[in-house]
Design a protein around this ligand. Structure first.
Ligand code: ZN
Length: 303
């Protein structure tokens, strides 16, 4: 659904979204994120969109997109409009890169990925003019600027882009567009007003605000929900057999566990209810201020 379509339908201005990568089935943490963004939208009579981040061909698994959509349906998380597949959006990303390039904000970098990943990039290639014949990524120049925002769950968050993050990748050497670019372009395209997503993406938000700023786009507001971890503090990333069994046998119970993870009150009378009933009550009772204000929470129960 495009911004124009949203306006034409005279919906509430609130637009939220869930934008998973179809690298496999949803795990408990991604179900929590989907549910939180859904409830935040529906409790304000807003739109809730689904977008599939299927750009990274190395990570995308065949059939995972359909599997994710089926899971959302099983959980009665019904989305508005048609699903947006980011693999159809190359022209928009290319236009954005051109705009940044024309502002002299991009340069080519041929530093090996394994040397720079997860660290502040020191600007090694800023003034090197890496030749076009070399395979290179495109980085966006940052400034010695503090970028901050008030997260609706985690509170104030401020970073100095140059010192804490460094110039960041907007297109990888294998031509895959960077998350900081694509998420900004597509949230703007879809008219998203608030992004509710996992706290593992909190640290990358200042990069996205920097892209918004330089493309002259209005930034949405953000709320980062705690990430579900295992008992050792490691992010859950697998859809395990226990989760699959519960999803198929009792999806309403899975919703109740996700609501409890999000600090929401759940009525004991809901035991045995169907997913539509659980969701209706969850929309009525949704209280974002009850979501724990921490980046991670271990998921202690069996699922
Ligand atoms: Zn470099």
């Amino acid at each position: 659904m495009t911004r124009a379509a949203v306006n034409n339908q005279q919906f509430s201005p609130y637009t939220g979204r869930f934008a998973p990568t179809p690298s496999g089935p949803l795990h408990f943490g991604s179900i929590v994120t989907a549910l939180a963004s859904f409830l935040q939208a529906r409790s304000q009579q807003g739109l809730w969109l689904v977008r599939l981040d299927d750009l990274d061909t190395l990570r995308v698994k065949h059939g995972a997109s359909d599997n994710i959509l089926r899971t959302l349906q099983l959980l009665s998380l019904e989305w508005d409009g048609s699903v947006l597949y980011q693999s159809n959006r190359h022209a928009a990303y290319q236009d954005a890169l051109e705009s940044l390039f024309n502002q002299d904000l991009l340069y080519r970098c041929d530093c090996p990925r394994k040397e720079t990943r997860g660290q502040t990039y020191p600007g090694t290639c800023r003034n090197r003019n890496v030749p076009l014949c070399h395979q290179a990524s495109l980085r966006m120049r940052t400034g010695n600027t503090r970028i901050g925002f008030t997260d609706h769950i985690q509170g104030e968050y401020v970073r100095n882009l140059e010192q804490d993050i460094g110039d960041f990748i907007v297109q990888r050497a294998d031509d895959i567009y960077g998350y900081a670019l694509t998420v900004v372009i597509d949230d703007d395209f879809q008219g998203v007003t608030e992004i509710i997503r996992g706290a593992d993406l909190l640290a990358s938000t200042p990069e996205q605000l920097w892209v918004h700023q330089h493309l002259g786009l209005t930034a949405p507001v953000y709320g980062h929900v705690p990430v579900a971890t295992d008992a050792h503090g490691k992010k859950l990333s697998k859809h395990d057999a226990a989760l699959n069994a519960l999803l198929l046998a009792d999806p309403a119970e899975l919703l109740i566990q996700a609501l409890q993870f999000l600090g929401q009150s759940t009525d004991p009378g809901l035991a045995g209810a169907d997913t539509a009933t659980v969701i209706q009550q969850a929309i009525k009772n949704w209280d974002l201020s009850r979501v724990p204000k921490v980046p991670t929470i271990p998921k202690m129960t069996t699922v």
